[in-house]
Design a protein around this ligand. Sequence first.
Ligand code: EPZ
Length: 442
Amino acid sequence: MAKDYFKIQGLGGKKILRGEVQINGAKNAVLKAMAAAILFKDEVKILNAPYTEDVKKTVTLLETAGAKVEVSEDAVNHSHVLKINTATLHNTDIDPEIAKSMRASVVMTGPMLSRYGKVSLVQPGGCVIGARPIDQFIEGYKKMGATVEFKDDVSIITAPEGGLRGAEIIFHLQTVGGTETLMMAAVLAKGVTVLKNCAMEPEITSLAEYLTSCGAKIEGIGTTTLTITGVEPLVSAGKPYVTIPDRIEAGSFLLLAALCGDDVKITTCEPKHLEVLISMLMDSGVPLQIGTDFIHVKNNGAVKNSELKTFNVRTHEYPGFATDLQPQVSVFLTQASGESIIFETIFEGRFKYTEDLIKMGANITIMNPREIMVKGGAELKAPEAEELRAHDIRAGFAVVMAALVASGESVINNIYYIDRGYERLEERLCALGAKVERVKGE
Ligand code: EPZ
């Protein structure tokens, strides 16, 4: 898997993709629900789970800690069911190799610290899109009475006698993982915790609602202030967590369909979570029909990309434009007509993919580490004798998009990243009429 690569036949600007693509459960929801199982005395069942590399890694993290995990396929819904029981969990040293390859591993520290009073974690790795420190997590734990020892690149965090204590924690920036992790740490802490300046991503709301339905006391769900009153370990009593649709996967396919699709219906998604992107594309001239759980790109084959109006993008915490759709929308803007500025407010290192797009003929100027200017109407070509690469999950999808828009055959390396966030991508693209082949690496 690690050395596989994609061979992609470019469509040369033709818009011929047709068919339906079913959106999976959200990667950035299911990984947190899996960590949340540590807060429960009984088994937690998770439905509509995607089965990506990161889910597999999180299964391993839980099993290494001593939990029991069962994965089964739900053939009817083309998804997976996870059953997690942490009653036998005995090891709170989070596996360093996995932690170094997946940022989401840090989320596990919250429930582990809250339930068992101790956790150790190496600096988490994952997508290289910036420094991605964990200072907000550490400061929060300290306010809850924990002590933090730093030894050989490992943070050893210990709760005070009697367990974590409720506290007021004001995040210095809206951190998705920080909000989820400290919220879960507060669920079993002694007393009341008030979290201020929280992120409000749908995945956070979905997690908070599930925990509350199983006995947690969380107020202010969906706002920037969460008030959590500590309780005893939770009980699911068979109530499953149903993974919400992956808004980033849906937005990724929508942008691809806008550039290369004639009639593509994106189903089992949640258009409400993509209002900014949908509004931008509609105003740009992409023919879209929006349903309660689908987005349909219809009669788009006749719409020339050079006729599409361009627009500026400023990434922002939810409900603003998602940073995880920034590389993909940049590819769209290389094709629309006119100039656009893309301002990346969340991560300071999220423009590496522009090297690959420029190799293919895109007209992009890097103004500074957080801002690029894109001139539209570029004719993209598969790079001569050079190979493209997936720098991170979302940049990987963006380079696949560019290779499909381009003329010629492209090779994309490092697609392990793509597999971390998009399940069976080549199968789903071929089902729409694209020619994408996965070549097994050694
Ligand atoms: C989550 O990462 C997502 N990952 C990311 O998606 C997404 O890009 C990001 O939220 C923003 O929406 C998962 O949910 C697994 P943050 P997270 O904490 O929680 C800084 C994908 O492709 N920060 O909201 O790590 C941080 O450096 C991935 O699916 C601190 O400075 O993001 C960043 O600049 C990529 N100190 C900003 O905050 C901290 O203690 C936002 O990060 C924590 C964060």
